[in-house]
Design a protein around this ligand. Structure first.
Ligand code: AMP
Ligand code: ZN
Length: 112
């Protein structure tokens, strides 16, 4: 989608600090980190949120979780949180599905 920030990051049109990229996924550091480690994993394909996952696109979600597992292991991170805000009331500000990966401090529960 032309006017989608994360589609533009995925295509490289908007620069980001990337940790990883392949044909399906990009991982990049959050511009406004909420923990010492805070990166985002996105599908390159535009999926609006977790609420739009179905049989046609769920394979990339499995790949995203494999990638999260790999990237955290490679960095020696054994405690982390994966968050996906879905919809405005849940705090989603960018309508392109993304998984926040947060680590490096103790994280409170329940979230606000
Ligand atoms: P959410 O509010 O859950 O939709 O998450 C969107 C996240 O994208 C926020 O944590 C923002 O800080 C982050 N963000 C927004 N613009 C950029 C950007 N250009 N590069 C990296 N992260 C960004
Ligand atoms: Zn998009």
């Amino acid at each position: 989608m032309e006017d989608c920030l994360f589609c533009r990051i995925a295509s490289g049109e908007i620069p980001s600090s990337k940790l990883y990229e392949d044909d399906d996924l990009v991982a990049f550091y959050d511009i406004d980190p909420q923990a010492p480690v805070h990166f985002l994993v996105i599908p390159k394909q535009h999926i609006e949120s977790c609420g739009e996952v179905d049989g046609s696109n769920s394979a990339v979600i499995a790949k995203a979780f494999e990638l999260i597992s790999r990237l955290t292991k490679e960095r020696g991170i054994d405690s982390f949180r994966v968050v996906s805000n879905c919809g405005p009331d849940a705090g989603q500000s960018v309508p392109h599905l993304h998984f926040h990966v947060l680590a490096g401090r103790s994280l409170a529960w329940p979230p606000g």
